[in-house]
Design a protein. Structure first.
Length: 503
């Protein structure tokens, strides 16, 4: 510890803020900003490289001396699309690290913990994305953790050669579980309470939240869950489908397809070849009988899930995601077949819609709104407490420029504007009010399991009988039976597919 003392003394002389924590792996030296200490790039598993590629995460290494924890580590390998919110970030296969923000790095603080799981279609994203800065949430008296998990073919690969080794193939989900186990073992040193862990995520992160609620391997690692735009009622690929896709990918890469040979492939070549597989939606979690025992929505319907407090929600313009998926919401209306006129009549009960408006709304309801209400309904039927939201508040600077809140548009209100650069200066007083409102709900939920609090519009529990949804808008308030007719159409489709009754 002599080095740590010298380092702290040097930083004090320079006027820089610092923070120090010691965990089982070794000593950490982080930063402190506005009363919030942060520690970044902490390994929670061994680097999944060489012989550890396509294996379940191995125990995290330790270190000698003091590890500098002021800067983010690399994100996991990916073919990134240009994005305002996703600047160029360093990538490496050695990416299994996490970050912690805490208002009090003391073992006796016992603060609630919120573990963030990023989205990106299981193909892109990372905990170093500036938007996911945990400082503002931590100011509400919680410890915030963000983690990396393997993506694309490196994260979800069910080749027969790996199955013969006993690997599940859902490596990205196993990474998330390993990070949650690390939290259980280490978060007390950062002031967190391992008995009060909430997982939350958006898009693929929201799907991951649902997968973890359903996974027997994640039992006991968290007590609350928030799934933001996490789908919910869509079928999960089978192991056979994942195996077929993985074998086809190996054939594209060439070679004999043995495990050792596949582990020698260059990352750049893997990313180059996975493009078509990703575009077709074949890189994602699948039913493996271990991490995911069955179709996730069926596990929710049967109550075969973790007994947790649960929040799920969607946004008013989820169809903004359609171009990235190669989807056309208007063409997608063809799935209703002969029932299209009746479905359109339901959607136009409040007035005529253009084809674009109709398609956009049906896209969001079928993939996201119905999923949030459906899974929340199953949680409620199983005796748990569930709540549903719908985010329709458009920031003042975007009013009149967008038909609704885009996919992921709620994230600036969950995390605040700290990571959005020049956009942060354009927030109106109303925008800031909605940010405060959202952060209060999310952190109240992490603290007690109930998002309600003094001065907040009441957010009732969601039950199959009254189906209350909190609608974030210029006036945020709960609405009973929100979009019931439209969501009912989608739930009937789910019931027909599964042979199960909708909630």
């Amino acid at each position: 510890m002599r080095f740590a003392a010298v380092l702290a003394f040097t930083l004090a002389l320079s006027g820089a803020a610092a923070a120090d924590v010691t965990i089982g792996q070794g000593a950490l030296h982080g930063d402190e900003t506005e009363g919030i200490a942060s520690f970044k790039n902490i390994p929670f598993a061994a680097p999944p490289v060489g012989p550890l590629r396509w294996r379940a995460p191995a125990p995290a290494p330790g270190w000698q001396g003091v590890r500098k924890a002021a800067d983010f580590g690399p994100i996991c390998p990916q073919n990134r699309r240009p994005s305002l919110f996703m600047p160029k970030l360093a990538q490496s296969e050695d990416c299994l690290s996490l970050n912690v923000w805490t208002p009090k790095a003391a073992a006796d603080a016992k603060l609630p913990v919120m573990v963030w799981i990023y989205g990106g279609g299981f193909l892109e994203g990372g905990s170093a994305v500036p938007l996911y800065d945990g400082t503002d949430l931590a100011k509400h008296g919680v410890v915030v953790v963000s983690l990396n998990y393997r993506l694309g073919v490196l994260g979800f690969f069910n080749h027969p050669a790996l199955e013969s080794e006993g690997e599940s193939g859902n490596f990205g989900l196993l990474d998330q579980i390993a990070a949650l186990k690390w939290v259980q073992q280490n978060i007390a040193a950062f002031g967190g309470d391992p008995a009060k862990v909430t997982i939350f995520g958006e898009s693929a992160g929201g799907v991951s939240v649902n997968d973890l609620v359903a996974s027997p391997l994640a039992r006991g690692l968290f007590i609350r869950a928030i799934s933001e735009s996490g789908l919910g009622l869509l079928p999960v690929p089978t192991a056979a489908t994942a195996e077929k896709d993985s074998a086809a990918f190996a054939a594209k890469m060439g070679g004999s397809g043995d495990a050792a040979g596949m582990r020698s492939w260059k990352v750049a070549d893997i990313l180059k070849q996975q493009g078509d597989l990703a575009a077709e939606g074949h890189v994602q979690p699948f039913i493996d009988g271990k991490v995911i025992p069955d179709d996730v929505s069926l596990l929710f319907a049967k109550g075969d899930i973790a007994k947790v407090d649960y929040i799920a929600g969607s946004n008013s313009n989820e169809a903004s995601l359609a171009p990235a998926l190669g989807a056309d919401p208007v063409k997608g209306l063809e799935k209703f077949g002969d029932a299209l006129p009746q479905v359109r009549a339901l959607y136009e009960a409040g007035g005529k819609l253009t084809d674009e408006e109709f398609g956009r709304q049906a896209f969001g309801d079928s993939l996201f709104t119905s999923g949030a209400q459906g899974l929340a309904g199953f949680v409620s039927k199983a005796g748990g407490t569930a709540r549903v939201y719908h985010f329709a508040y458009i920031a003042d600077s975007f009013k009149g420029k967008t038909p609704g809140v885009n996919h992921g548009g709620e994230l600036a209100f969950v995390f605040g504007l700290r990571g959005l650069g020049f956009l942060a200066g354009g927030a109106s007083d109303k925008d800031k009010q909605v940010i405060a409102l959202t952060q209060d709900y999310w952190t109240n939920f992490a603290k007690t399991g109930d998002p309600n609090g003094a001065g907040l519009p009441a957010w009732p529990a969601f039950t199959p009988s009254d189906r209350e949804t909190l609608v974030f808008d210029d006036e945020t308030k709960a609405k009973a039976d929100y979009r019931r007719a439209q969501v009912g159409v989608m739930e009937m489709g789910w019931s027909k597919r599964t042979g199960q009754a909708a909630p």
